[in-house]
Structure formats: structure tokens, C-alpha cells
Write a protein that binds this ligand. Structure first.
Ligand SMILES: *[C@@H]1O[C@H](CO)[C@@H](O)[C@H](O)[C@H]1NC(C)=O
Ligand SMILES: *[C@@H]1O[C@H](CO)[C@@H](O)[C@H](O)[C@H]1NC(C)=O
Ligand SMILES: *[C@@H]1O[C@H](CO)[C@@H](O)[C@H](O)[C@H]1NC(C)=O
Ligand SMILES: *[C@@H]1O[C@H](CO)[C@@H](O)[C@H](O)[C@H]1NC(C)=O
Length: 277
């Protein structure tokens, strides 16, 4: 009985969300084409509640207090996220904060779990007026997280994903003006790698799909969606991608992610890690 009620509620939410997402994506695309700052925030769709304890490297990124995106600690002082999360303000990071170990976005963050950004780097290839190619950013923190914060780091998978690879995507959903206080606790879902030709065919009509991107989609396409923008796509305990963009949520179309195994992304990230992280 309860399950059925939940199911119906989930479904109606599903469809309401789908239209909302279509609208949000459309707005984002229009802004993108107009060259205005874009807000391309995805959301875990039809996922399950996840425990932050299982993903101790996962952080959320805020401007002031406002939640913006997910991210992953790739070293105690470096956060990997999507470039569009910085909204073309990667040179203005004084109000950019990183929260670790939060289960829900409203949970209090003790000082050990909070860090201020010091510097952010976006690849020169990232040209948001034209596309979302090379949608990757690294944020260096003023102070690294220390062990007492229980934060850990996630290794980056620079290898090409095997065909049909199973990935996990995690995030808090968004709490923007369009979507206040909604689903603010951590969620996870499993998705699979979509062949690149299908990715280009299905998503290329919205924005160019480049070699620095890959698509992924969950088993129940109506329920699956990309996770929070900036969050990692995990493959066998490593981060193989970054949630980047999509069209609608639960629309059956795959989510598009930054591909860390492309030569351009690998080269950038490896040299950056060596020098700064
Ligand atoms: C770290 O994790 C342990 C075990 O889960 C917990 O007891 C402790 O409070 C955590 N410390 C912080 C600073 O979150
Ligand atoms: C992904 O998971 C499914 C279901 O568990 C399994 O059948 C499939 O072989 C997995 N794919 C890969 C590439 O491991
Ligand atoms: C994802 O797949 C793993 C391994 O098959 C499973 O243990 C986990 O429960 C799945 N998570 C979700 C959110 O479906
Ligand atoms: C997909 O949906 C069906 C029907 O609702 C359900 O039985 C199945 O477990 C779902 N699969 C996943 C991977 O969530």
C-alpha cells in the first residue's frame, strides 16, 4: 500500500520534474547561445539515497552560501569539478567555498569540513559561448583538508572506459531558485557508458559532442539522469568523468560528461596535479 502511494508520488514527481528540467535546460541553452553565464545543473533522477560515508571524497561547491555543484577531492587541496560550475568567474573565487562530509545540504558544516578556494583553473579550450567542450575545472583550496575531517581523495581513471562500463553518479540535486529546498540529501544512481556514436547522434543536435565528452544513461531511462554538475562518475572506485550537461531529466536521453581519458583532458589534469596539487 505504502509502496504504491510512494510509487505514484514518485511518478508524478517524475513528470513534473521532467518538464521543469526541460525548461531549465532550454533556458540554460538559450543563455549559453546568448553568451550569458549559464547554469547547467543536473540532478540525480530516480536514484537512491546514498551515504556520504561511502563517498568521503565528495564535496559540494558554493558561492557564498548558495549551493552550486558537486566536486571531488583528487588531492587534499584540489577539487575536480566542471568549468561551467564557476560561471565564468574562475578568476573571482573569494566567495567560493567547498563543503566536505555533508549528507544533506542543510546540515551544519563544522570548520574542519569547510574550505575556501584560493585559485581555480579552467582549460583554455573551455569556450562556453560556443560549446561545453573541456568542461573541467580544478579548484585549489587555501588550506588542504586534513585527516581529522575524514575527507579522502579519489584517484582519477585516465584509462578509456570499457564498452558498456558501469558507472555510479552521485549528487545532491539542485537548490536553485527554480528548485528550492528540493531533494537536498545525497543520492546515487548507476549508469552505463553509451557508445560515442549514439552519444553524438542523440546529443549532437543540442550542443557539439566532442572527444572530451562521453554519454551515460541508467537502466530505466525515464528514471535515470545525470548527477549534480561537477560531481564525479565513478568507475571501479575511480573518477572517470565529470557531470557536464544534458537535455531534460528522465527524458530518455543520456547525460553528457567530461571524459578524463581524452588526451587533452589527461594531459591537462596530469600536469596540473603534478605542479599544483
Ligand atoms: C570521522 O568518522 C568517525 C567514524 O565514522 C566519526 O566518529 C567522527 O566523528 C568523524 N570525524 C569528523 C570530524 O567528522
Ligand atoms: C554492467 O552491469 C551489468 C549488470 O550488473 C552487467 O551485466 C554487465 O556485464 C556490466 N558491464 C560491464 C562492462 O562490466
Ligand atoms: C549500483 O550498483 C552496485 C553494484 O551492482 C549496487 O551495489 C548498488 O546498490 C547500485 N546503486 C544504486 C544506487 O542503484
Ligand atoms: C527499472 O524499473 C523496473 C520497473 O519499475 C524495476 O523492476 C527495475 O528494478 C528497475 N531497474 C533499475 C536498475 O532500477
Amino acid at each position: 500500500m505504502l509502496r504504491a502511494v510512494d510509487y505514484i508520488r514518485a511518478r508524478s514527481w517524475c513528470f513534473r520534474k521532467m518538464w521543469l528540467k526541460l525548461l531549465i535546460w532550454l533556458t540554460a541553452l538559450i543563455q549559453l547561445l546568448a553568451g550569458a553565464p549559464s547554469e547547467l545543473l543536473g540532478k540525480i533522477f530516480g536514484g537512491e539515497t546514498a551515504s556520504i560515508a561511502d563517498y568521503p571524497f565528495l564535496v559540494n561547491i558554493r558561492r557564498g552560501k548558495q549551493f552550486r555543484c558537486g566536486g571531488a577531492l583528487i588531492s587534499p587541496r584540489c577539487v575536480l569539478t566542471a568549468a561551467h560550475c564557476l560561471e565564468r568567474r574562475h578568476q573571482q573565487v573569494h566567495d567560493l567555498f567547498v563543503h566536505a562530509q555533508q549528507q544533506c545540504l542543510d546540515d551544519p558544516t563544522p570548520e574542519t569540513h569547510l574550505r575556501q578556494a584560493w585559485f581555480a583553473w579552467v582549460p583554455p579550450k573551455y569556450q562556453p559561448g560556443r560549446s561545453l567542450d573541456a568542461d573541467l575545472a580544478v579548484i585549489i583550496l587555501r588550506q588542504p583538508f586534513d585527516k581529522s575531517a575524514n575527507a579522502s581523495t579519489v584517484p582519477v581513471d585516465f584509462n578509456d572506459l570499457p564498452e558498456g562500463a558501469n558507472l555510479t553518479v552521485i549528487g545532491w540535486g539542485m537548490t536553485s531558485n527554480e528548485d528550492h529546498n528540493w531533494n537536498q540529501c545525497l543520492q546515487a544512481t548507476n549508469v552505463s557508458l553509451v557508445p560515442q556514436c549514439d552519444c553524438v547522434q542523440q546529443m549532437g543536435k543540442y550542443l557539439p559532442v566532442t572527444n572530451n565528452m562521453f554519454c551515460a544513461l541508467g537502466a530505466n531511462s525515464t528514471d535515470a539522469c545525470a548527477g549534480d554538475s561537477g560531481g564525479p562518475l565513478l568507475h571501479a572506485g575511480r573518477s572517470a568523468g565529470i557531470v557536464s550537461w544534458g537535455y531534460g531529466c528522465g527524458s530518455g536521453l543520456p547525460g553528457v560528461n567530461t571524459r578524463l581519458s581524452s588526451s587533452a583532458m589527461t594531459w591537462f589534469l596530469k600536469s596540473f596535479l603534478e605542479q599544483h596539487c
